[in-house]
Design a protein around this ligand. Structure first.
Ligand SMILES: O=C(O)CCC(=O)C(=O)O
Ligand SMILES: [Fe+2]
Length: 279
């Protein structure tokens, strides 16, 4: 019997990112391999696999190892069972540049934002550039002072598409699957690791609940500025057929909008839970 190559995980820096080698995403994984990948994603936040010349169906099968599939809440997909072509779909990214060049977690305007996401590079721009960055919201939370952590542990924030959907060229009413204004804890207790992560982002978070608009904006500006420090982040230079899987519950990302021309990424989604705070 042929022995399989062991999956090796090499961290990119101490708080975010790892490169996985020895994994071929076109074949099925045994439970031990799935556990290795899941643990790596939970630990390092974003795990990159190179040279994955795979089909959309391969990505769908890979994602199903990690949970039920879903799609973006503002995609024109059915609220019922989401077909595979919506859950893993090709995405021209050039037109999204204004929205995704802000640090964010995906779909936090929804009640149950995606738990895990994948992106695979299908086509990269001839101009070069177009890197994507990831940042640890565990590291961001854990480096705040104790008095600030104590204050934000009890806060909630409203997330909506009011500023984002226009940046994506989408109207509010016609594209959303359901009413998309949701309140989430400012600090999320990760459902699997139990660690606390900062859970506000510059793309979707509208305001802190129960404080004045001036206080809300000041608190959010402070948290965003802090969470975006380079020490909590990494930057990935794409090659065609790189695929990343990341933990959207405790890591944010940012698409560097420095390119021109066509760039196509294939995106996939694993459904998440309703975020829970420390209280
Ligand atoms: O274009 C990228 O690199 C990432 C885009 C993004 O943020 C997203 O699709 O959610
Ligand atoms: Fe995103």
């Amino acid at each position: 019997m042929a022995t399989r190559t062991r999956i090796e995980i090499d961290p990119i820096n101490p708080v975010v990112g790892a490169v996985a080698s020895g994994a071929d995403l076109s074949r099925s994984f045994d439970p031990e391999e799935v556990a290795t990948i899941r643990k790596a994603v939970l630990t390092h936040g974003a795990v990159f696999f190179r040279d994955q010349d795979i089909t959309q169906a391969d990505t769908v099968a890979f994602l199903k190892n990690f949970g039920e599939l879903c799609t973006d809440p503002f995609a024109k997909a059915s609220l019922e069972k989401v077909p595979d072509e919506f859950t893993v779909h090709d995405m021209q990214t050039y037109g999204n540049g204004q929205a995704t060049a802000l640090w964010h977690m995906d779909s936090t305007l929804g009640a149950e934002p995606a738990a895990f996401l994948t992106l695979r590079a299908l086509e990269l721009p001839p101009s070069g550039g177009s890197d994507t960055c990831w940042g640890s919201m565990y590291a961001a939370y854990e480096t705040l002072s104790q008095p600030v952590r104590d204050m934000i542990d009890g806060l909630e924030a409203e997330h909506s598409g009011y500023k984002t959907l226009p940046l994506l060229g989408l109207g509010y009413g016609e594209t959303l699957q359901q009413d998309m204004r949701n309140t989430h804890p400012v600090v999320r207790v990760h459902p699997e690791t139990g660690r606390k992560a900062l859970f506000v982002n510059e793309l979707w978070t509208e305001k802190i609940v129960g404080v004045s608009s001036h206080e809300s904006q000041s608190i959010l500006d402070m948290l965003w500025k802090h969470s975006q420090r380079p020490e909590f982040t990494m930057r990935w230079k794409w090659q065609v057929n790189d695929i990343v899987m990341w933990d959207n519950m405790a890591f944010q990302h940012y698409a560097v909008n420095d390119y021109e021309g066509s760039r196509v990424l294939q995106k996939g989604y694993v459904k998440g839970d309703r975020p829970v705070g420390p209280g």
